[in-house]
Design a protein around this ligand. Structure first.
Ligand code: BGC
Length: 769
């Protein structure tokens, strides 16, 4: 009895103190919402005046329409847009269906597509916008969203870059910049002004089918490269008079489902949220990203689309995001259909809006509009709450210049897929392929006879993966005629007659006799999102068997892995003479692979994740110390190849690691670390120098490795260069507690670069020796 009473009192105190309310939709009162809206005003008076003017004239229905985003399938006559092998299909706006969307619901945004020609996109978007401008009472333009994930992947004939997992491996900031620029230039004229990229999620488990969309495991790399992409895409002047609005996706912790399943529940401590998942999004917001897309899953039991804590307190109040928050696909509906946190769609709509959603990617129906209107009319959602979202959306449209330039143009199409752009994608591919192992097997010189085999050796689609021409491309015929496969690229590189293909183990055996080397291209066929979630990250057994058959011939086996994530290859790794992790290198990828095999290109990529050794040891490089204290780790390393591995055809020697001081005596002091890197081999090469810092003792356990800085430079044979890195306590030594507050604790820190280590001390008080 007594115990029960104590429990009841404790519960009452917790509820009163707000403990349990943080994740529930909180009803902000209209006056604080109005204040929030005021605080978000930009410093452009014309834009703000126009927003106020429009808001004062718009009906409730018109406002709700602005908060609605509909899939293109609902407004075109050709429902085949999305499938089939025909890129030349005609896309026609269905004016009857569009008419209803616009006249009755005033829908303000549409999305999606698959690759069709620039002319087809142009005509479709022109018809759509013209119709809209004709019927829109207040002449508010439509904004159109497209997922151009690795270059303009939904435009026929456009330039296709490697996927983000490869971009990260370049450790060269020029590539996210070039990819963003080319994407903007090749798509802005088509009306694709809302770019659903880049992904700021971190790769945490290769079971997850979107591993390849990420910039790897390091929050620092994701933050750095992702924000470069955002800044470039949004500020590219070559697309004038248009502008692009980028999207940081998927806020927050989407990539960390507990069991690896896409959109599965994420159980993560608040401290880990702030340590790993928040920093990339924080960087995106600081870079000025205009929109954020929300994680479809749940964090610690609360679906993010219903989380006031994540969408308002964290995103708006702490991270100071002022742009547009869009749901992911059908995610308001998912609140009741999947997550079961709402009785029906109306309640789901209430929860999502009160949590902080601005735009609903509904995407097939306008029911959202009816529910939201009813909620406002019943007084459950205030007019101020609607105005808050609508002003963000109108600001986005005004800042992108859509009111002045609502229509696409077709006089600059020659830039799409231009040789100059393709050369950039090729260069990115060359620097993104990791040479994981090389026992003097590579490069192969030009006279060598090569047998090529493996299920992805003579196919185009595995090279570019999902989100290429189609969401999940299944037809080989839709790829450019002149795109090379690994086999055809090697034929070209090694002058044809020396390169043959073996289609199965028997052919490998019979052809191996006359060969100098066997190139085995293994990997995955394209997938996207949930269709890429897998139960087993072993390389499929038939592929392992093929590699073993090749190894049994006694000829050197060069393994080329073309896949969106690491697949476990431990059983064949030892007997491969060389291993290349090619990832998803894009349309120019096969040429890059062939040039690395021939030695024309000296590889310079490094892994952006821990390549796992075993299927049940999926541990990122920035794990905690206690992951590895058991004795058996000595025999079974956590990674087959650790984060940062990447060989070259030359050798680099690190020496002379120096610190400008060994003590930092206040939080504003700085230490300059420097190291000499010498190209000690015989050919020119590029070296990415990765700087790690480990906090030796802290009040919260720290990651064993934490990448803080990287820099890549070219070195001629015999040349030495000094690489340096300025260590700043607030940026490089502090870490967040569970409230996201930075802790800066005195003590020793280890700096690691290459094979060298040194330490220094932070001593801001007298309490440390
Ligand atoms: C994906 C998003 C994408 C959206 C629109 C969703 O299923 O999760 O990344 O932007 O679809 O295509």
């Amino acid at each position: 009895m007594f115990t029960k009473r104590v429990v009841a009192i404790v519960m009452a105190i917790l509820v009163l103190s707000g403990f349990n309310t943080i994740n529930k939709p909180q009803k902000e009162d209209p006056s604080s919402i109005a204040k929030r809206r005021k605080a978000e005003r930009s410093n452009n008076p014309q834009i703000e005046k126009k927003i106020d003017e429009l808001l004062s004239k718009m009906t409730l229905e018109e406002k709700i329409g602005q908060m609605t985003q509909i899939n293109n399938s609902e407004i075109v006559t050709n429902a085949q847009w999305g499938n089939g092998a025909d890129l030349s299909i005609e896309i026609k706006v269905d004016t009857a269906r569009l008419g209803k969307m616009l006249r009755k619901y005033h829908v303000g945004s549409f999305l999606n597509g698959i690759a069709v020609s620039p002319e087809t996109w142009y005509k479709f978007y022109k018809d759509l916008q013209e119709y809209n401008m004709k019927v829109s009472r207040l002449k508010i333009p439509i904004i159109y969203g497209v997922d151009h994930m690795h270059g303009p992947n939904y435009v026929e004939g456009a330039t296709i870059f490697p996927h983000a997992i490869n971009t990260a491996a370049t450790y060269n900031n020029k590539f996210p910049e070039e990819m963003a620029r080319v994407t903007a230039i090749e798509t802005a004229d088509l009306g694709h002004q809302w770019l659903f990229a880049p992904v700021f999620d971190l790769s945490r488990t290769p079971l997850w089918g979107r591993f390849y969309e990420t910039l790897g495991e390091s929050p620092y790399v994701a933050a750095t490269m992702g924000s470069i992409f955002v800044k470039t895409a949004q500020n590219e002047t070559a697309v004038a008079p248009y502008k692009i609005g980028a999207t940081a996706k998927h806020f927050l912790a989407y990539s960390d489902p507990k069991y690896g399943w896409d959109r599965g529940p994420v159980d993560v401590s608040d401290q880990a949220l702030y340590e790993f998942h928040v920093p990339p999004f924080k960087a995106a917001i600081e870079a000025g990203v205009k929109t954020v897309m929300i994680n479809s899953g749940e964090i610690n039991g609360v679906p993010v689309h219903a989380s006031y804590r994540i969408l308002t307190q964290l995103l708006r109040d702490e991270l100071k995001f002022k742009g547009v928050a869009v749901t992911d696909w059908e995610d308001i509906i998912r609140l009741y259909r999947n997550h079961k946190v709402a009785q029906n769609e109306k309640e789901a709509t209430y929860k999502a809006i009160m949590a902080g959603v601005d735009v609903a990617m509904t995407p097939y129906t306008t029911d959202f509009c009816d529910y939201l209107r009813a909620l406002v009319q019943e007084g459950k959602i205030s007019k101020e709450r609607i105005d808050l979202s609508v002003s963000r959306i109108l600001r986005l449209k005004l800042e992108l210049g859509l009111f002045e330039n609502p229509y696409p143009r077709n006089d600059r199409f020659k830039k799409i897929g231009s040789p100059e752009h393709k050369a950039k994608a090729l260069e990115a591919a060359r620097e993104s392929i990791v040479l994981m192992k090389n026992e003097n097997a590579l490069p192969l010189n030009s006279g060598k006879k090569i047998v090529v085999a493996g299920p992805v050796a003579n196919l185009k689609r595995p090279l570019a993966g999902g989100w290429t021409l189609r969401w999940i491309p299944a037809e080989e015929e839709i790829y450019p005629k002149d795109m090379l496969t690994v086999f055809t690229a090697l034929q070209k590189e090694f002058t044809g007659s020396n390169v043959s293909i073996a289609n199965n183990a028997d052919e490998i055996k019979s052809k191996a006799a006359g060969a100098d080397a066997l190139v085995l291209a293994v990997g995955e066929m394209p997938y996207a999102e949930g269709f890429g979630s897998i139960h087993d990250i072993n390389l499929p057994q038939d592929q392992i068997d093929l590699v073993k058959a090749a190894q049994a011939t006694g000829k050197p086996v060069i393994l080329v892995i073309i896949s969106g994530r690491p697949r476990v290859i431990a059983s064949v790794y030892k007997d491969c003479k060389a291993v290349l992790f090619a990832g998803l290198p894009g349309f120019e990828g096969a040429q890059a692979i062939a040039e690395i095999i021939s030695g024309k290109v000296n590889p310079s990529a490094k892994l952006s994740f821990n390549y796992p050794y075993a299927v049940n040891r999926l541990i990122p490089h920035n794990h905690k110390i206690s992951e590895v204290t058991l004795a058996h780790e000595i025999e079974n390393p956590i990674a087959l190849m650790p984060f940062g591995t990447g060989l070259s055809y030359t050798t680099f020697e690190y020496s002379n690691l120096q610190l400008s001081d060994s003590v930092l005596s206040n939080a504003n002091a700085e230490i300059k670390a420097s190291v000499t890197v010498k190209n000690s081999g015989s050919r020119e090469g590029k070296e990415a120098v990765l700087w790690f810092i480990q906090d030796e003792v802290a009040s919260i356990t720290r990651p064993v490795r934490d990448l803080k800085y990287y820099e890549k430079q070219t070195l001629k044979p015999g040349e030495s260069k000094t690489f340096s890195f300025t260590i700043k306590p607030s940026q490089h030594l502090s870490f967040p507690n569970e409230k996201g507050e930075p802790l800066l604790e005195d003590g020793y820190f280890t700096v690691t670069v290459g094979n060298l280590k040194t330490r220094f001390k932070l001593k801001t008080s007298a309490n440390i020796n």
